[in-house]
Design a protein around this ligand. Structure first.
Ligand code: KG4
Ligand code: ZN
Length: 336
């Protein structure tokens, strides 16, 4: 069964085509990132207009890269939320129109559940029950994924997502947008112990996260530094990165003490971070748990293949009567 997935929840206009939920036939992504560099953050109106101008050509490219025609597509899937309203509307209305014209079932997919499925791409069906840490620019969640349609949200951020904190601190350090990959690059030249940033919420027994304290600590630290040399910037980047990844590990450990799954999934844009992957892998090796990260960086960040995968499994396991009419915008964080 072949599924086309459309993802337009933020700055990417992405279409992926996936066979049987796991085999990627194509994964075409056009990003409007370059348009947001000046503003150092995604401008919703700009992202939506860019998606609108690109969506049909991305659909065509994805079909030709997959060597498919419309006759080969069995299911359509699209992100229906959460995300930027204008960008979401472009994807949803395009998917609805194409599903109507070509007479395909259309499955709405919650964006975060798409990230969760990114770990089955190029692999096998999900390894339930699995503990999932989904960390990106818009979300920061710990989820116990019990089966295809049962998710338990164990913890979430009380303010910024970790990716958002990377982006904002990147801006403070005068780095390019998005800050996450730039901070990671700079951190390689710095000393992670040079500055002492807090590990927020570490003492709290709950599984929620918070990043406003680390950001404030960075602002205060920057005020105290007389000269921001290249080495000081690298030390700040390394110390900040260490604080964020350690705070993620602290909560993951707490969650795993309660829910002792044999598998942990890491997903979302921040899961590209090699230091994060490394410290979580060390922990998983120590306790004999298998860690899965998406097989390519392109699958960690927003993409259409993960939406196609989620749509395929939802279609096959929820047994709903999907049609193009029932795809409404989902502005809530409910995972199904
Ligand atoms: O999943 P994603 O593409 O979009 C959302 O759903 O938000 O994630 C984008 C986020 C950005 O905040 C970006 O800075 C962060 O992921 N990111 C990283 C890295 N690569 C991307 N953060 C830390 N280290 C990285 N290597
Ligand atoms: Zn995302």
């Amino acid at each position: 069964m072949i599924t086309m997935g459309i993802e337009t929840s933020c700055d990417e206009t992405a279409v992926g085509i996936v066979k049987n939920g796991t085999e990627i036939l194509s994964n075409t992504i056009q990003s409007s990132l370059i348009l947001h560099k000046k503003t150092q953050g995604v401008v919703p109106e700009v992202a939506a207009r860019d998606a609108f101008s690109k969506i049909l050509s991305v659909v065509d490219t994805s079909l030709s890269e997959a060597n498919c025609t419309w006759a080969d597509i069995d299911i359509m899937a699209c992100t229906n939320g959460p995300g930027l309203a204008g960008s979401l509307m472009v994807g949803i209305e395009t998917a609805r129109t194409l599903a109507y014209i070509y007479d395909k079932p259309l499955v709405p997919v919650q964006h975060i559940s798409g990230h969760m499925y990114s770990n089955v791409l190029g692999r096998d069906i999900p390894r339930f029950p699995v503990l999932v840490l989904t960390v990106s620019g818009g979300h920061n969640n710990l989820i116990l994924w019990k089966n295809y349609f049962e998710f338990e949200l164990l913890g979430e951020t009380l303010d910024d997502a970790s990716g958002e904190a990377f982006d904002k601190v990147g801006k403070m350090l005068g780095l390019d947008f998005p800050g996450g990959p730039e901070i990671e690059k700079l951190a390689k030249k710095g000393n992670p112990k040079a500055f002492d940033f807090p590990r927020p919420m570490a003492q709290k027994s709950n599984l929620d996260f918070s990043y406003s304290g680390i950001k404030t600590a960075m602002v205060n630290q920057l005020r105290k530094i007389p000269e921001l040399t290249d080495q000081v910037r690298a030390d700040l980047a390394a110390s900040f990165q260490e604080a964020v990844v350690e705070s993620l590990l602290i909560k993951l450990k707490k969650a795993h003490k309660i829910h002792k799954t044999t598998t942990i999934y890491l997903s979302g844009g921040v899961s590209c971070n090699e230091r994060l992957q490394q410290i979580i892998k060390n922990y998983c090796d120590k306790i004999g748990v298998e860690l899965y990260c998406p097989i390519q960086k392109i699958l960690s960040t927003d993409n259409g293949a993960m939406i196609a995968s989620a749509g395929y499994f939802k279609y096959n396991h929820l047994k709903s009567d999907w049609n193009y009419k029932n795809t409404e915008m989902n502005l809530s964080h409910d995972l199904v």
